[in-house]
Design a binder for this molecule. Sequence first.
Ligand SMILES: Nc1ncnc2c1ncn2[C@@H]1O[C@H](COP(=O)(O)OP(=O)(O)OP(=O)(O)O)[C@@H](O)[C@H]1O
Length: 284
Amino acid sequence: MALLEIENLVVEFQTATGPFRAVDGVSLKVHESEVPAIVGESGSGKSVSMLAAMGLLPWTAKVTADKLAFNGRDLLKMSAADRRRIVGKDIAMIFQEPIASLNPCFTVGFQIEEVLRIHMGLDRKARRKRAIELFESVGIPEPAERLGHFPHQMSGGQCQRVMIAIALACNPKLLIADEPTTALDVTIQKQILDLLMRLQQEYRMGLIMITHNMGVVAETADRVVVQYKGRKIEEADVLSLFESPKSNYTRALLAALPENATGDRLPTISELFNEQQMLEGATR
Ligand SMILES: Nc1ncnc2c1ncn2[C@@H]1O[C@H](COP(=O)(O)OP(=O)(O)OP(=O)(O)O)[C@@H](O)[C@H]1O
């Protein structure tokens, strides 16, 4: 059975100028231990589709789907309380801006222990012990001391490690990483990606990598879903996608990689194909 099953997901926002369709018929299946990547340029609906699956969109979003299930359980039909039991425990998410994702008013220790209290029901002593173990497993030095620090006392890379530790606190079956390295400097990016991949194998988690960076895709994912303007236009295993992309849009994304540069400057996606041509070869 698939961990996450999404069929024909549509998300529409009510805006001042009328409804805006941010996700238009996206389908995705993720099994245990799989690492699919969702790629596409900014605004292609990558984050919104995953936030919809988590039930984390604001009330202005209208979410419909033929199927939206986790471990065979229908997420759309279950009560909000049941869904909260799954989200944050069996499905966890980490975001692009680690410092902004943490609450500046509480120590990082308090924030990880809250998750352990609410979802795992651990007492104070057990919470502290588990928090130290989790900080150790994500490579935070002097973990016991670090628990007393506030987010602003830590670097961006360390805050992302804290976010990862919080996400792992309840042994999730599925982790959604939304551009987890974009806000970090290059040397730290590689460390965080290596950490995520090590933990994915250790915990045998499904890991959805949301990214616009094809380099991150090549290093982490086994399968790729390409999104353009809210639509899935191609899905393939990583090698096939890099070797023989089907849609013009995927070709344009790959042509924009620095290592594929042939002239003095890289082409922009819209220079290569117009909007109609972009969808040629697209499969849904
Ligand atoms: N609350 C909202 N109200 C209205 N429109 C929204 C809302 N949230 C997102 N959108 C719009 O939905 C579209 C998809 O956004 P989304 O954040 O999923 O893109 P993305 O592919 O993840 O891009 P990025 O890589 O920049 O995060 C965008 O046009 C965005 O402006």
